[in-house]
Design a binder for this molecule. Sequence first.
Ligand SMILES: Cc1cc2nc3c(=O)[nH]c(=O)nc-3n(C[C@H](O)[C@H](O)[C@H](O)COP(=O)(O)O)c2cc1C
Length: 364
Amino acid sequence: MEKKKSIVFTSIKIKESVTLKNRIVMSPMCQYQATDGEPNAWHYIHYTSRAVGGVAAIIQEATAISPEGRISNGDLGIWNKRQMKRYKKLTAAIKNHQCIPGIQLAHAGRKASTEVPWLGRTQIAPTEQYGWETVSSSTLRFNPDDTPPKSLSIDAMKEVVKDFKKAAKRAVKAGYEIIELHAAHGYLIHQFLSPLINRRKDDYGGSFENRIRFLCEIVTEVKSVLTTQSLWVRLSATDWAKGGWTTEESILLANVLCEMGVDVMDVSSGAAVLNQKIVVEKNYQVGFATQIKQQSQLLVGAVGLLFESEQIEKVLDAKQADFVLIGRELLRDPYFPLRVANDLDVEVPWPISYERAKVNRFVK
Ligand SMILES: Cc1cc2nc3c(=O)[nH]c(=O)nc-3n(C[C@H](O)[C@H](O)[C@H](O)COP(=O)(O)O)c2cc1C
């Protein structure tokens, strides 16, 4: 008997050259395991395992466009040729498993120069070893204990835009087929979007049009070096704080980005300011994705506490999002998509060497 179709395991065309084989994408997750921004054995094993596990695409962790754009000294980077060459092996391995390699290009702005999470995530002062001076849209700090960031001059901003462009060019050369810009979680681009952080008096601060200008310039430059690759933007749909970036602004931005040729909005939220009021529960960010999907032409990915097969099927079946991005559940189980297929009673190909494990474990 033919097995039923589940929406999770239907393909979706993102653009002519990029089709997801199912609706499960690996969400970007920093590993803090790099030296000099270069990937190593950890990254190859970590990402290839998830490709073997059946995700349709992998958005590689926040990968810095410049050394000072790293959150920590352990972040991946793509600011030089040496790093670019090392990613070629990784993208080839991912593609070998019918999975699409994507990369999240990032600059941490005022949230840069910190210890890795397991050492406390505190900021390392520019005067200390492994520390550097951070930059932002203005001089407001994230933590009261941080050294205030330097406010970027217009010339310095143009350099950052160029760094994004050069990083995108290297990403294309390295074989990535999805380029995601990290405009969420209180990092540099978000520091321009959010009125709680952006206090500029020039063309890049104040009005909505001014606050999105920096992102739009990055999109234009990055787009100019892409050919067949798909361009995604990860956004915090709300700051969860009074006077902050809002969902209404996210919808307006989605329409602007769609006009500019962005394909997908990856809809997250928060992390701009410490005093955010956020209730974290199942599906807590799905509503934002749905609003953006309903009020723009962009495809949307929903993310955040999506970890059960039926839950994901329901979100997609109700057209609340076009696909889901999965974070921590994929750290717990690299083969999560295979498990979802089993739960939903859907036939999907397994890696040939694992075929004998595919049958119900109680059947001999
Ligand atoms: C270890 C870890 C690292 C993360 N690093 C990133 C990152 O590099 N870029 C990003 O946009 N989000 C990052 N996130 C957020 C995840 O991509 C995801 O949005 C979040 O964990 C919620 O999804 P989940 O409930 O499925 O884990 C990280 C999350 C975790 C747990």
